[in-house]
Design a protein around this ligand. Structure first.
Ligand SMILES: [Zn+2]
Length: 323
């Protein structure tokens, strides 16, 4: 996509990949059933970047841009998957965790894999603490669980990776209470998970602490972090959980669409307050349902989560039909 950042599509959620001398950093791992394909794609990338000169030549704590070490890099074995960051708990995002993380070790270990204590760990899985707790409640296998969590509003990788800083931001109460957004700082790419996606309405999991206001807050925060190259195009680019990549125009259209729906659902007053408001946090549950209830919105789009076709209400469709 840009520099050393790639996107693997079709694995479930988009899998974002930073590929280079320090190894591989993945955002999300796809569906469990697609793990072999994700790993095969990583292998393919490994072979491909081996044939190229290093894509990033900046100083980094892990030894980029050293002429002394250059011969070592030239003969180094393929780099392993070192990290998987999870953006949310949906199974098309975390389903591949166990298998893909385990594949991390085979690239490093070679013949000695499993024979040396500690080398058998596989890739680290990064996520917000709330996500780990939610995954624990789902009784997912321990190999699929995050190994490194944070509980503040962000986690900075302790070192440059493939020549740049990587920061995970917590998006509180967005699609769940454990969502993270991943910022590749030099590449100027933000992996948003399901907070922004070019192929569907937001899916907000109320039971897991999500809220439409949280999605809006997260989208606004991402807008604040972003700088377009010219007006709203170019510059910071966004890789959503699903669908194609977007620029600031796409993201702000999407933000406006979410805002519009948060304020115009049946049973809500002008301020977006739920006339049937109860204290149980049920107000956002019906985003999809309330859209289905609306005669001006084609129910088929809602059911399929599909924004590809414009429909009568231009603002709704404009998020993805702009290009
Ligand atoms: Zn998703």
């Amino acid at each position: 996509m840009r520099d050393h950042i790639y996107v693997i599509g079709g694995a479930g959620a988009n899998v974002v990949v930073s590929a280079g001398r320090d190894g591989f950093f993945l955002v999300d791992s796809g569906l469990e059933s697609n793990s072999d394909r994700v790993i095969a794609s990583v292998h393919e990338l490994q072979r491909w970047i081996d044939l190229k000169t290093a894509p990033v030549e900046r100083f980094g704590a892990e030894g980029n841009a050293s002429t002394v070490l250059e011969p070592y890099y030239r003969s180094a074995p393929p780099k392993p998957i070192r990290y998987i960051a999870n953006t949310t708990i949906a199974l098309d995002h975390i389903g591949g965790n166990a298998k893909v993380a385990a594949a991390g070790k085979t690239f490093t270990g070679g013949n000695v894999t499993g024979q040396i204590g500690g080398i058998d760990e596989g890739a680290a899985i990064l996520a917000h603490e709330n996500l780990l707790n939610r995954m624990g409640q789902l009784k997912l296998p321990s190999k699929a669980l995050p190994t490194d969590t944070y509980f503040g509003n962000q986690m900075k990788l302790s070192h440059f990776f493939n020549g740049e800083g990587i920061v995970l931001f917590h998006a509180p109460a967005a699609t769940t209470d454990g969502d993270s957004v991943v910022h590749f700082r030099y590449s100027d790419i933000i992996a948003t998970g399901d907070i922004f996606r070019m192929s569907a309405y937001p899916a907000i999991d109320i039971e897991k602490g999500g809220s439409i206001q949280g999605v809006l807050d997260a989208l606004n925060r991402i807008v604040d972090m972003s700088v377009a190259e010219f007006r709203t195009e170019g510059g910071t680019m966004f890789i959503g959980g699903h669908g194609r990549i977007g620029d600031l125009a796409d993201l702000t259209y999407y933000r406006d669409m979410v805002h519009h729906h948060s304020r115009s659902r049946p049973g809500h007053d002008q301020e977006g307050n739920d006339a049937r408001a109860d204290q149980s946090g049920q107000t956002e549950r019906g985003l999809g349902r309330s859209l289905r209830d609306r005669p001006d919105v084609d129910a088929g789009h809602v059911r399929r989560g599909d924004l590809q076709e414009p429909h009568e209400e231009g603002r709704v469709g404009s998020a993805s039909v702009r290009k």
